[in-house]
Design a protein around this ligand. Structure first.
Ligand code: ADP
Length: 405
């Protein structure tokens, strides 16, 4: 079944076209990124995969709205030279990444007018993502009128958290009136990782206990008991929890008032600074983990401090989640940093031997793109590195919705 996966941002559309039967039978046909929508010159990076070969095409032209962006995607996918299908009607389903649906949906749903209204209802809780996500659905409906549109929510996997984990200790009506609570994000990735962990360990998902550690530009962890999320680090927005590339993660909320008083910043400037100018970038000036590791190795003290802070926060959450996930099978590293940065994994595991985390340094240092275990022989808790694939998870869930129960 040919499924198009779409992640629409405020000025971008990320896409992947896959032909898949199940997690083991999936062929990536094409992928790409439309960017700079609304700017004077837009750009499309389009790739196709034919007979094991990747071919790249780059186009630049004005793309005033997402409509023109999607129109280029369809034109490229069906182009005799640059495409992989003859007609847009070959696309049998479109899966959309949607940021937030609050408590309304606990799973993936087929898009209808009610679902769209719900996505709109949650604009205030996902102001940067939900509006473009809905725009992506609107333009996909236009260009693929006969394909079911499916919404996969980034918050859905975390809906199994109990109130003691998701409530903030604030006036209760902030929850009942304004829906303020911890929602968590990266849900599609944590769910995929939970399933991959169960498969790697050869256990049923319902008996698999893990701590999933997603370290990309955004970073989050999920405590997963019996395959279900019981706690996660991100909150009502993706700002809470771990230190990230440019986000602060946890901070004393009263610090905001203090710094605003000192600098004259308003609340919007303050939240922008916490989202875009903090984290690794705020502490040492760069947000790409490769550069931070290199700078620290070259003796840059600020980069070293940033790296220590990044890893220490993860260590603290591992400790916390060990307390809420009994009989832990594994901690699992994933995403750009988690999959690729041996020094970061080494620093995180160092000093946690007393908790059962015993890293094998040689296995950790060996480069590989395959799922792998990197703990010492006989260690009580496995340390895994598993590649995440949010697009594949979205495509699989889209297919499931189309196939029916
Ligand atoms: P996103 O969250 O945007 O999907 P990724 O999962 O691709 O991002 O992760 C991006 C992060 O991964 C960047 O901080 C980048 O520096 C880091 N990264 C990628 N490769 C490496 C590597 N070999 N060593 C350290 N960090 C890496």
């Amino acid at each position: 079944m040919k499924i198009l996966v779409i992640n629409a941002g405020s000025s971008s559309i990320k896409y992947q076209l896959m032909d898949l039967e199940d997690v083991h039978h999936c062929t990536l046909l094409a992928s790409g990124l439309v960017e700079k929508i609304g700017e004077p010159v837009g750009r499309v990076n389009h790739k196709i995969y034919v007979d094991g070969q990747e071919r790249k095409f780059v186009e630049e032209e004005p793309l005033p709205t997402h409509h023109e962006g999607m129109s280029r995607v369809v034109a490229l996918l069906t182009d005799p030279d640059k495409g992989v299908i003859r007609d847009a009607a070959e696309v049998q389903g479109v899966g959309h990444r949607v940021l937030s649906c609050g408590e309304v949906y606990t799973d993936t749903v087929r898009v209808d007018a009610k679902v769209k209204a719900t996505i709109r209802e949650f604009f205030p809780l996902g102001p940067l993502h939900n509006p473009p996500n809905l725009m992506g659905i609107d333009v996909a409906e236009e260009f693929f009128p006969n394909a079911p549109q499916v919404a996969v929510f980034d918050t859905a996997f975390h809906q199994t958290m109990p109130p003691k984990a998701f409530l903030y200790a604030v006036p209760y009506e902030w929850y009942t009136k304004y829906r303020l609570r911890k929602y968590g994000f990266h849900g599609t990735s944590h769910k995929f990782i939970a399933q991959e962990t169960a498969e790697f360990l050869g256990k049923p998902l319902a008996q698999t206990n893990l701590i999933s550690i997603h370290l990309g530009n955004g970073c989050s962890m999920a405590a997963i008991r019996g395959g279900k999320c019981v706690d996660t680090t991100m909150g009502v927005t993706p700002l809470e929890g771990l230190m990230m590339g440019t986000r602060s993660g946890d901070i004393d909320p009263a610090a905001l008032e203090y710094v605003m008083d000192q600098t004259g910043m308003d609340i919007h400037q303050m939240v922008n600074a916490l989202n875009k100018k903090s984290g690794l970038k705020g502490v040492c000036g760069v947000n790409d983990m490769r550069e931070v590791v290199e700078a620290a190795a070259a003796g840059n003290a600020q980069a070293e401090t940033a790296l220590q802070m990044f890893c220490y926060r993860i260590q603290k959450y591992i400790g916390a989640y060990l307390a809420v996930v009994p009989a832990l099978d594994a901690i699992v590293f994933t995403a750009g940093i988690g999959q690729n940065s041996a020094p970061v994994r080494e620093r995180i595991c160092a000093g946690l031997e007393h908790l059962g985390l015993r890293l094998d340094l040689a296995k950790n240092a060996a480069r590989s793109d395959d799922p792998r275990a990197i703990q010492q022989a006989g260690a009580p808790i496995q340390i895994l590195v598993l590649p995440t694939n949010e697009e594949l998870q979205i495509a699989l869930e889209t297919k499931q919705i189309i196939d029916g129960p």
